[in-house]
Design a protein around this ligand. Structure first.
Ligand SMILES: Cc1cc2nc3c(=O)[nH]c(=O)nc-3n(C[C@H](O)[C@H](O)[C@H](O)COP(=O)(O)OP(=O)(O)OC[C@H]3O[C@@H](n4cnc5c(N)ncnc54)[C@H](O)[C@@H]3O)c2cc1C
Length: 402
């Protein structure tokens, strides 16, 4: 009988949980190590889904039913005064990061999920991988899965030349309670995947589950992502807290200066349709995230594999981050399906499947966001103007990539 194979998954967010659940169901002895001391519940906001995501969720042990998200059937674009400019049919399920996290976390036994475990060192001696954590614990496994996100410790060691590249714009994000919205916003935007296309900016918004993952009418939330150009100097200022400390890798939302938040609300009133400005105004925990591109030229390193955001980060215009992390995990589990498989050879098969796809998603998202980036860098963006008709933007944003 073959010995049970063991895997250490670094990072306990969505990518890590997909990998752990799939490997567990394929017979692996798998453990997840997450640096955060607490469970990650409550992090993140809305997530666009694609059919492929549901297939992987089922394989990962999650019950896929109507409670997973909010269904919309139409996309609409509003003009600056709040009138409908264009519409199209595009059925889609919108969910929330916390809904997916709790479903995947529930599918994994508690004894296999370890919080407060920050990976600080690792090695691959050919026969096994060894990982060491900041609390001194060391583990040995047959496979090391790097699901540790855009600032991956593992990738930084293996591919020090690969760094997130700031795209020249950022996304303001937030969630507002359905019950807090006016009748006008509930009628004009809440039921839809809604777009606003002010010059050199983009607003997208859609309904998602509310507190405790509620999807019943009245208890849902409205999620928005509002892209705005910002030069590197403007970004650095926004990443500076009230004590003058700069947070280059992302400022914790409670530390965003009041004047920065007030500036965003003021800009929302000036440039967005009134329904969207209301959504921004009524969002309690307004936050922003700089937008990055990240591309790895290699995903397999002996017994070590990079997946999810540790491998590739595409600008969010494709809405593919979570689906790509899920599909990476599925390809990894498939490539190592047979207990007799040589792990390094299996990881090379995984890499040959996922490398080109990751690069393609990054390239497509870069193209979709090019006009924002060009504006931030002061270049003429008229060449992209034909791409920015409301119909075209609605039909190309956050749709499945085969
Ligand atoms: C503005 C914006 C909008 C987005 N919208 C969408 C969308 O609509 N649809 C979509 O699919 N995706 C979207 N995404 C992307 C999506 O959030 C990610 O792609 C997805 O969550 C996959 O992440 P991951 O699990 O690979 O990494 P992460 O979620 O970043 O998780 C990495 C984990 O590793 C842990 N970690 C890091 N270092 C260590 C260490 N040394 N030791 C132990 N643990 C460690 C971290 O604490 C973290 O929990 C969006 C992203 C942004 C910025």
């Amino acid at each position: 009988m073959a010995m049970q194979r063991s895997a250490a998954v670094i990072g306990g967010s969505l990518g890590g949980l997909f990998a752990a659940n799939l490997l567990l169901r394929a017979g692996w002895d798998v453990h997840v190590y997450e640096r955060a001391a607490e469970e990650l519940e409550g992090r993140g906001a809305g997530i666009v889904t694609h059919p492929e995501l549901f297939d992987v969720l089922r394989d990962a042990g999650v019950v896929v039913d109507d409670s997973l998200g909010v269904k919309v059937t139409q996309r609409v674009t509003l003009d600056h005064s709040g009138h409908r400019l264009a519409e199209c049919e595009l059925p889609q399920t919108l969910t929330a990061w916390s809904r997916l996290y709790s479903a995947l976390r529930t599918a994994l036994p508690d004894s296999r999920y370890h919080t407060g475990k920050q990976l600080v060192a690792f090695s691959d001696d050919g026969a096994a991988v060894h990982a060491r954590f900041s609390d001194g614990q060391a583990v040995r496994a047959d496979l090391l899965v790097a699901a540790d996100g855009i600032r991956s410790t593992i990738r930084q060691h293996l591919l020090p030349q690969v760094k997130p590249m700031y795209a020249g714009y950022l996304a303001w994000r937030g969630l507002v309670e359905e019950s807090a919205l006016s009748a006008q916003a509930l009628r004009d935007v809440f039921p839809y995947f809604a777009f606003g296309l002010p010059a050199q900016e983009q607003m997208i918004a859609y309904p998602v589950a509310g507190a405790n993952n509620a999807v019943a009418p009245g208890r849902r939330r409205y999620n928005f992502v509002w892209y705005r150009p910002a030069s590197q100097a403007q970004l650095t200022d926004m990443l500076t807290d009230g004590d003058g400390k700069v947070w280059p890798e992302g400022i914790p939302p409670p530390l965003i200066r009041t004047e920065v938040l007030d500036g965003a609300r003021q800009a929302a009133r000036a440039v967005l349709a009134p329904q969207f400005a209301e959504v921004v105004e009524k969002t309690g925990a307004l936050l922003f995230q700089p937008i990055y591109d990240l591309e790895s030229p290699q995903l397999a390193f002996g017994r070590i594999a990079l997946i999810g955001d540790a491998a590739f980060v595409a600008r969010p215009h494709c809405g593919m981050g979570v689906t790509k992390a899920a599909a990476d995990a599925a390809a990894l589990a498939d490539a190592l399906a047979s207990p007799g498989d040589d792990i390094a050879a299996g990881l090379r098969r995984f890499e040959s499947q996922r490398l080109a796809f990751g690069a393609r998603v990054v390239g497509h998202a870069r193209e979709l966001g090019a006009y924002l980036e060009a504006t931030a860098q002061g270049r003429d963006n008229s060449a992209q103007a034909h791409d920015r008709s409301p119909k075209n933007v609605m039909l190309r944003t956050a749709v499945p990539m085969t």
